[in-house]
Design a binder for this molecule. Structure first.
Ligand code: DHB
Length: 387
C-alpha cells in the first residue's frame, strides 16, 4: 500500500529507525534491499565519534538498554555521494539523514551541508538523545525546543524536516510540546515519536552491578516493553498536532500487529529499531508481510481506512478481547515472550500444588493396582517398596 509522506510516495509504511545497523553504507544498503520503504541513517554529528565505552548495549527478550553515545562516521560520510550511491543502491528508496549535533550551531551546519548534497529526501533532527554525557534531552526543555525550531525555521531549508522526540508522560508536557511544534507547522513536516525511554537501569543478579558500563549504567530503554508508551505518544500527538504534521510511530514494533496498532493510533508511517538490531534487515520483510496479511483479513485496502480509527473502549469490545485472549498462544516463536500468562503468582502456586497432589494420588492408585496383580516380579517390587 502506498503512502504519501513528506511530498513523496512511499511503497509501504514501514522503515528503519535511526540507531542500530544504520552506521555504514553497507548496513544501509541491506535495509535498501529489504521491504523497508525508506532508508534512514544513524544520527550523525559534525565530526566522527567512537561513542561511549563498552559494554554499552544490553538485550533481553522483552527489552533492550543502550548508551552508545552517538558513535558515527560524521555528517560528511552520510551525505557523501559514494555513501549514498552504495546505501541506496538501485532500490530507488527515499534516503533520510538523522542528525544529533552537540549544539544548535552544529545542527544548523549539518542541515546546511545536507541541503547541498544531492540525493537526500529529508532530515530527521534528533532532539531526544539521552546518552550524551553532560547533555540533557533537548525536547524535555521547552525553552530549548522552541529555540531550536525557531532557528530551523529561520533557515528556510528546501528539504522536509522531521523532529525526533523523547517520550512524554504527563498530558501537560504533551500539550506544551505540541503547542510549540504547531507554532512551526510550516517548517516541521513530521515528528518521530518516540526515542528510547531515557536513563533507565538494569542490574545483573549475577554481578550485582549495572549491565552496561557508561553513565553509571543508565541507558535508553527500547524493545517490546516500551510499545504501550509509544502508542500513547502517537495517539496523544495525533490529537494535539496540526493535521499537516505527520506522525512517524516508533517504539517496540516487532510485528505486523504492532504496525497496525500504530496506524490505528494515527501514525502515517512506522519505524523499527530494536527488532532490526536483533533480527537483522530481514525483519522488514516479515513485518511487512504480517501487516499486509492483517490488512487482507480485515478487508483494509487503503491505510486511510484505519489511520487514527482506534475504537473507544466498550463492553462488547472487552468481551471480544477476553474471548480472543483465550485462543492466543502464550509465547510467540519470534522475539521471545509475546503474551504474558494470565495466571498470577498465587494461582500458579495453587495449580502447581494441585498437579503434584494429583500425581501422588495416581502413583498410589497405580501401586495398589499393581499390588493386586499376581505377577511375581511386581509382588517382589512392591514388597521391596514396603520394606
Ligand atoms: C544514541 C541513542 C539515541 O537514543 C539516539 O536517539 C541517538 C543516539 C546513542 O546512544 O548513540
Amino acid at each position: 500500500m502506498q503512502v504519501q509522506f513528506c511530498g513523496l510516495t512511499l511503497n509501504g509504511c514501514v522503515y528503519n529507525a535511526s540507531g542500530p545497523r544504520t552506521g555504514s553504507s553497507d548496513a544501509l544498503a541491506k535495509v535498501g534491499s529489504s521491504k523497508s520503504c525508506a532508508i534512514l541513517t544513524k544520527s550523525a554529528t559534525l565530526l566522527p565519534q567512537n561513542g561511549n565505552p563498552l559494554p554499552r548495549t544490553y538485550t533481553s527478550p522483552n527489552f533492550s538498554i543502550n548508551s552508545e553515545g552517538l558513535p558515527n562516521k560524521s555528517i560528511d560520510y552520510y551525505i557523501d555521494s559514494e555513501t549514498i550511491k552504495e546505501s541506496v543502491l538501485d532500490s530507488g528508496k527515499p534516503y533520510f539523514v538523522s542528525i544529533s549535533g552537540k549544539s544548535l550551531d552544529d545542527n544548523v551546519e549539518m542541515m546546511k551541508r545536507i541541503c547541498k548534497a544531492p540525493g537526500v529526501a529529508g532530515i530527521e533532527l534528533n532532539l531526544a538523545c539521552p546518552n550524551v554525557i553532560g547533555h540533557p534531552i533537548i525536547a524535555y526543555d521547552m525553552v530549548q525546543l522552541r529555540s531550536a525550531l525557531k532557528t530551523v525555521a529561520s533557515l528556510s531549508l528546501p528539504l522536509p524536516i522531521g523532529i525526533k522526540l523523547p517520550p512524554y508522560f504527563d498530558f501537560i508536557h504533551y500539550q506544551k510540546a505540541a503547542e510549540i511544534i504547531n507554532e512551526y507547522k510550516s517548517t516541521i513536516s513530521y515528528i518521530v515519536t518516540m526515542n528510547t525511554v531515557g536513563n533507565t537501569l538494569m542490574i545483573s543478579p549475577h554481578s550485582g552491578s549495572p549491565v552496561i558500563s557508561p553513565k553509571g549504567g543508565y541507558g535508553g530503554l527500547s524493545g517490546p516493553a516500551v510499545k504501550p508508551i509509544a502508542l500513547a505518544q502517537v495517539r496523544k500527538f495525533s490529537e494535539l498536532l496540526d493535521p499537516s504534521i505527520d506522525i512517524v510511530g516508533v517504539g517496540g514494533v516487532q510485528s505486523g500487529q504492532d504496525v497496525y496498532d500504530m496506524i490505528l493510533c494515527g501514525a502515517k508511517v512506522v519505524q523499527v529499531g530494536t527488532c532490526h538490531w536483533i533480527e537483522g534487515p530481514k525483519c522488514f520483510d516479515r513485518i511487512v508481510e504480517e501487516f499486509e496479511e492483517i490488512c487482507r483479513k480485515n478487508g483494509v485496502k487503503e491505510l486511510e481506512e484505519i489511520r487514527g480509527k482506534l475504537k473507544e473502549w466498550s463492553k462488547k469490545g472487552a468481551a471480544l478481547d477476553r474471548q480472543g485472549r483465550k485462543s492466543e498462544p502464550k509465547t510467540s516463536a519470534k522475539g521471545g515472550a509475546k503474551f504474558q500468562s494470565t495466571l498470577d503468582d498465587s494461582s500458579f502456586l495453587l495449580l502447581s500444588v494441585a498437579v503434584v497432589v494429583m500425581i501422588q494420588v495416581l502413583l498410589v492408585l497405580l501401586a495398589q493396582a499393581l499390588g493386586h496383580l499376581d505377577v511375581p516380579a511386581v509382588a517382589q517390587f512392591m514388597d521391596n517398596l514396603k520394606a
